[in-house]
Design a protein around this ligand. Structure first.
Ligand SMILES: O=C(O)C(=O)C[C@]1(C(=O)O)C=C[C@@H](O)C=C1
Length: 359
């Protein structure tokens, strides 16, 4: 026999009071951690991504349900975010304006207690972190449908910043606007990447509408709000911010459309046991050099999850390679492979070792 609703709610109230007490006990411990870090000479950065990754992995492993692992990790993500803000708030730059997928990625990675700063271009995010105005930045680097965001990779060529983390975000696009009748829509605004990710849907359902590429999805939503007979393709939060109705959900052509973002900064992140290392390699156009640089990784059984070539900008047909390998630069195998690779080619730079993205 089920208990009466009022009885169940009484038990929920009692548990909430206990959980609240536990939240604040945890928060007081975070304050003690801050004091210990200050005593050890740390002054500006209290953020520890390797520890956060371990806390999140541990609660996933401990979880027995009925809440699923992702839900539990989300709750603890926010709890740690609030604890860190109590130690010292973080400032994180993202590709704005408010309502973009970059903002969603920043919150997914850091939680909502960070001070998230919208900036209009990838270059500006790099500059804000280089100058120290923001501690970290979140920039898109590749999409599963459309491929690499070259501008982000190229920015590393002239930057002293490294990679401190990665975020993987399922991208759902929505058609939104004030005009509910699809036949009356004459213009569709969106970022060029998003238009490309929804090309087949747009061909089929809005064949007569002009596609207008703008600087971001959020900007598209803003324009759709003020342009008669128009619509935008954007994420759901943009509809809320700009007062638009979602006319059709999930219009992306590929069901598993995902974007990977990088967290950029100056922090050297310690190993967690589930890490990735990003490298920048220049071979100086010597025959077989790339092969010689990569062979040591294969010999140590280290898998390579990505390789991307980009013009070096030092002369025609000279390339640099962005390479991701499994493991941390401090892991014995990776360290040895790096040592050998460095002797083989003109230039190997470790852009960063960081915890692999959580689901
Ligand atoms: O363990 C620490 O170093 C803490 O500062 C505590 C804590 C947490 O809430 O668990 C908070 C922020 C850090 O980024 C990592 C973990």
């Amino acid at each position: 026999m089920t208990q009466p609703l009022s009885e169940i709610r009484k038990q929920i109230d009692a548990l909430d009071a206990e959980i609240l007490e536990l939240f604040n006990r945890r928060a007081r411990l975070a304050q003690e951690v801050a004091e210990a870090k200050l005593a050890a000479g740390e002054t500006d950065n209290f953020y520890r991504p390797e520890r956060e990754a371990q806390v999140l992995q541990r609660v996933r492993d401990l979880n027995q349900g009925p809440l699923d692992d992702d839900s539990v990790a989300r709750l603890f993500r926010e709890l740690m975010s609030a604890c860190l803000a109590l130690e010292k708030p973080l400032t994180v730059a993202f590709l704005g304006p408010a309502g973009t997928f970059s903002q969603q990625a920043a919150y997914k990675h850091f939680g909502h207690a960070v001070q998230a700063v919208p900036l209009p271009a990838i270059d500006e995010i790099f500059r804000a972190v280089e100058s120290g105005d923001c501690q970290f930045g979140v920039v898109p680097v590749e999409n599963s449908t459309e491929g690499v965001i070259t501008h982000t990779l190229d920015s590393f060529l002239n930057s002293s910043l490294g990679i401190c983390g990665e975020v993987s975000l399922r991208i759902h696009h929505n058609l939104m606007g004030k005009q509910a009748d699809l036949a009356a829509i004459r213009k569709v605004f969106s970022h060029q990447q998003s238009l490309a990710q929804c090309r087949r849907w747009l061909d089929r359902y809005l064949p007569g509408a002009e596609r207008v590429a703008v600087s971001s999805n959020a900007e598209a939503a803003r324009l759709a709000a003020e342009t008669p007979d128009s619509a935008a393709v954007a994420g759901e939060t943009a509809a809320d911010i700009y007062g638009l109705a979602v006319l059709q959900r999930n219009i992306e052509d590929e069901a598993d459309n995902t974007t990977r973002f990088l967290v950029i900064g100056r922090l050297a992140v310690g190993p967690t046991g589930r890490d990735k290392t990003s490298l920048l390699i220049s071979t100086g156009n010597q025959p077989g050099a790339l092969h010689r640089a990569l062979a040591p990784f294969a010999q140590h059984g280290i898998s390579m999850s990505k390789i991307e070539s980009r013009p070096s900008r030092r002369g025609a047909w000279d390339y640099v390679f962005f390479i991701d390998v499994e493991g941390h630069r401090d892991d014995a195998g990776v360290a040895e492979a790096l040592r050998v690779a460095q002797a083989e080619v003109s230039f190997v730079k470790v852009l960063g070792s960081y915890p692999r993205a959580q689901a």
